[in-house]
Write a protein that binds this ligand. Structure first.
Ligand SMILES: NC(=O)c1ccc[n+]([C@@H]2O[C@H](COP(=O)([O-])OP(=O)(O)OC[C@H]3O[C@@H](n4cnc5c(N)ncnc54)[C@H](O)[C@@H]3O)[C@@H](O)[C@H]2O)c1
Length: 351
């Protein structure tokens, strides 16, 4: 088992291994006394792994009740959030109890946000089961739900007390969902690790999944340790996300987060070069890695549509918007773009 220690406002360990889900109860006992557990999962993941996790927790003395919701981004809603809060209250969950998120980024974001607000904060643990959740959403404490106006507009910074990433769960992941997670992996190489980027050029992610996940978690850990509340450097992790969120919104969430981020990174890279924000065009490095991992690099939405959808982004201040662009190979920078220049930036990036 590989471990990565995070030292944010809460200290915790990210455990990365293969085939330990049936002994998750023992692992949990090392960080949390026996208590009541609300196991939160979507219907697909619960059907695959719910009983295994429940059995292990129960065998170790935990008293488990499960909240299972329909899979998909639509469930990261205010309505579902409220239902889980009520579920916790109806089951008399107290501050000494625990929420466990078993699933992808949707489950983790939703459960984390419930944990941050129920009784003003209860402990929660992440058991990520998608590539994206293992390398990104389960680490660093960003929790959120979507509002009708846009993605992740309601949330909190709230760290889990532990993360348990069992790579064996990735064997049941549809290939497309596996690939979507690769977008976030490639992002790490682009923003701050040239060696890792070169590794991804030459090697298969799937064949090296455990060490790839560990490297991504280390990179994210380092960024989060330095800037937990996204006052500066953490914004780098949003490479591809401002335009990516706009793509998700324009597609009514039919384009997945990972695919949207892949397209967003491609547009930001090309747009930065074509508008003179970056001196070099790194598209010839980025696009082949995206394509090798079966990720899209463009979309049919117009620059105007994407621009309008971007205006609700959290990275926007009154008249500027923060865009992350490549500066050197394996190094990104944060650029404040006047809002009125964003449409042209996207236009140039789409071409
Ligand atoms: N908090 C953060 O820092 C952060 C970072 C990046 C992304 N996100 C969020 O993460 C979400 C996307 O995460 P996601 O791609 O994991 O989506 P997801 O949770 O919807 O999972 C994708 C699909 O895979 C299925 N699935 C999950 N694990 C499986 C497994 N092991 N086997 C078979 N099927 C499985 C799910 O049922 C779902 O249908 C978005 O809402 C995004 O905003 C958050």
């Amino acid at each position: 088992m590989e471990t990565v220690k995070v030292s944010a406002s809460k200290e915790y360990t990210v455990n990365i291994g293969t085939g330990f889900l049936s002994s998750i109860g023992e692992k949990l006992r090392e960080i949390k006394n026996v208590c009541r557990v609300v196991l939160v999962s979507d219907d697909t993941v619960f059907a695959l792994y719910g009983e295994k996790v429940k059995e292990s927790l129960t065998n170790c003395g935990y008293s488990v009740c499960e909240y299972v919701f329909p899979h998909g981004e639509e469930s990261k809603s205010f309505e579902n959030y409220e239902k889980i809060l009520n579920f916790c209250a109806e089951n008399s969950i107290t501050r000494t109890d625990l929420l466990v998120a078993l699933g992808g980024g949707v489950t983790g974001d939703l459960t984390g946000f419930v944990a941050s607000t129920y009784l003003r904060g209860v402990d929660f643990v992440q058991i990520p089961t998608t590539v994206l959740a293992m390398v990104d959403s389960s680490v660093g404490g960003k929790t959120a739900i979507n509002l009708k106006s846009g993605k992740n507009l309601c949330g909190a910074f709230y760290q889990p007390i532990g993360v348990f990433a069992d790579c064996e769960t990735l064997n049941t992941l549809p290939e497309e969902t596996f690939n979507e997670g690769c977008a976030e992996i490639i992002k790490y190489g682009m923003i701050c690790d040239k060696d890792f980027l070169e590794f991804l050029q030459k090697n298969s992610i799937r064949d090296n999944i455990e060490c790839v996940i560990k490297r991504c978690v280390e990179i994210k850990r380092d960024v989060v340790n330095r800037d937990e509340f996204e006052n500066g450097e953490r914004k780098l992790l949003n490479f591809g996300h401002t335009i990516g969120h706009a793509i998700e919104k324009c597609s009514n969430l039919s384009i997945s987060h990972g695919n949207a981020v892949a397209i967003g990174m491609a547009i930001a890279t090309k747009g930065a070069y074509e508008t003179g924000v970056s001196e070099e065009d790194f598209s010839d490095v980025l696009l082949p890695i995206l394509k090798k991992n079966n990720l899209p690099t463009t979309c049919d939405f117009s620059a105007e549509e994407l621009y309008k959808a971007s205006l609700k982004d959290k990275k926007r201040s009154f008249d500027t918007i923060s865009i992350i662009v490549p500066d050197k190979l394996g190094l990104c920078k944060i650029v404040k773009l006047p809002v009125e220049e964003l449409q042209n930036f996207i236009e140039k990036g789409l071409n």
